[in-house]
Design a protein around this ligand. Structure first.
Ligand SMILES: Cc1cc2nc3c(=O)[nH]c(=O)nc-3n(C[C@H](O)[C@H](O)[C@H](O)COP(=O)(O)OP(=O)(O)OC[C@H]3O[C@@H](n4cnc5c(N)ncnc54)[C@H](O)[C@@H]3O)c2cc1C
Length: 404
């Protein structure tokens, strides 16, 4: 087990620099354009694939060969510092990969995770389809059904998934569906829908407030038939799990908690990148913009705002790094992953709003990037568990009570 340290190792420093340079040279110059177009930035993702930043090998290397847990959060902060919409386009397939990793056999993992990314010359994306129009936070409310057809050894999927990153444009869709409606959220299973499967289509594409370069759409499943081997984890394991639940035997809640908590620092790191971008920009602006014969930063009202922004950003990074390290070492106690994500979303939303304030009228226009960053920041209070869901998880962890 690696000691917790605030000093990044040589590999992490190099990675940070490498992504920063890609951000400055490739992402930032086109960030505004893709935000305006509201389209998936294929050419940028292809460039990321060419240098090895987009691909399953990158994800595997960053996650597996890192005893500190910090590599991924450092990478994400830097990528989202460059642009959150394009950052999400590059990282969105990771949601599908994580969905596969959560329950797949080794064989399934090797078959499907690479197909979520394609190759550098033929880039593909993956989608993780859990949320539904009537059930986001309330996972027990999912209605998408998967029914086993014993005669053909196929699963038949029907339902509609909502707000799906890369939904409909993905090569591989990972779908969470209800296999036993009587068991609520314990009666779910995950399925891979292979490329070109009949019956899966894209519903509406959402027009979003922020991260507009990331594609978000409904996924409609109409009598989608997938072979039995597409059930992640396999049928035998599913049947055993369902039997245990029906007998009222408790699942491994502690293991589940460690898994969910472990992904949250990464989302926090995305928010942190956006916050840092806005803080750095407004600090420079405040030194250059003159009012009443002096730079606006010479007013305590502005300088103190920046001091608070810097402090909040650093506090957030400490929470994220701690949570990333705890997650890597299976040491969560009080939902520290949720704490990091909760704090990061709020700080990003607040810092980017303050940045608009510091830029005044210019900050409110689309000529300057801070209004875009403010729009991009807000999603981090919503997806991967809303602010209130993080509070729920934390309050349950600190109290040991089933707070509703
Ligand atoms: C851009 C974007 C990308 C997304 N990508 C994906 C994706 O790739 N895959 C996927 O599966 N999903 C995705 N989502 C869905 C996202 O995870 C959900 O939007 C989120 O979980 C919230 O669910 P909801 O929108 O249904 O809100 P609701 O659950 O309806 O919540 C509405 C409000 O009520 C509050 N609330 C709900 N329950 C409680 C409670 N028990 N206590 C207190 N407050 C409560 C919430 O905090 C929120 O403020 C994405 C969403 C967006 C916007």
């Amino acid at each position: 087990m690696a000691e917790f340290s605030l000093e990044l190792n040589e590999d992490q420093l190099q990675l940070q620099k490498w992504i920063h340079e890609f951000g400055v040279d490739v992402i930032r110059p086109v960030a505004e354009e893709w935000d305006e177009r509201e389209e998936f930035p294929w050419p940028v993702v292809e460039q990321a694939a060419q240098i090895g930043l987009y691909g399953w090998e990158f994800m595997a290397e960053a996650m597996l060969n890192d005893p500190t847990g910090l590599t991924m959060v450092v990478a994400l902060e830097e990528l989202f510092w460059a642009d959150a919409g394009i950052g999400m386009a590059i990282m969105g397939s990771g949601l599908a990969a994580a969905g596969i990793m959560a329950s797949a056999t080794q064989e399934q993992l090797m078959e499907w995770v690479p197909q979520c990314y394609g190759t550098a010359d033929d880039v593909k994306v993956g989608a993780f389809c859990a949320s539904e129009p009537d059930a986001g936070s309330d996972v027990g409310g999912y209605r998408t059904r998967a029914v086993y057809d014993e005669a053909t050894d196929e699963w038949v999927l029907n339902g509609t998934k909502a707000w799906i990153t890369n939904g409909g444009i993905a090569n591989v869709h990972v779908v969470v569906a209800v296999v036993d409606p009587e068991l609520g959220s314990k009666g779910h299973a995950s399925f891979v829908v292979p490329p070109g499967t009949k019956g899966l289509s894209q519903g509406q594409k959402y027009k979003k407030h922020g991260i507009r370069a990331s594609h978000t759409a409904e996924v409609v499943l109409e009598d989608v038939r997938v072979p039995g081997r597409c059930l992640l984890g396999g049928k035998e394991k599913l049947d055993q799990r369902l039997a245990r639940v029906r007998e009222g035997k408790p699942g491994n809640a502690q293991a589940a908690m460690q898994t969910f908590e472990a992904t949250r620092p990464a989302v926090g790191a995305q928010a942190l990148g956006v916050a840092r971008a806005a803080y750095e920009y407004s600090l420079e602006y405040a030194k250059e913009r003159h009012a009443f014969g002096r730079p606006i930063i010479m007013n305590q009202a502005i300088a103190f705002m920046l001091a608070d922004m810097a402090t909040e950003i650093d506090a957030t990074r400490l929470l994220i790094w701690r949570a990333a390290w705890l997650g890597k070492n299976g040491k969560f106690v009080n939902a520290e992953g949720s704490m990091a994500k909760l704090k990061a979303g709020r700080v990003a939303t607040w810092v980017t709003e303050r940045a608009i304030q510091i830029l005044g009228g210019y900050g409110y226009t689309r000529e300057y990037p801070v209004e875009r960053w403010h729009r991009d920041a807000k999603i981090h209070d919503i997806f991967e568990g809303t602010e209130q869901i993080q509070q729920l998880v934390i309050s349950r962890a600190i109290s040991g009570l089933r707070i509703e």
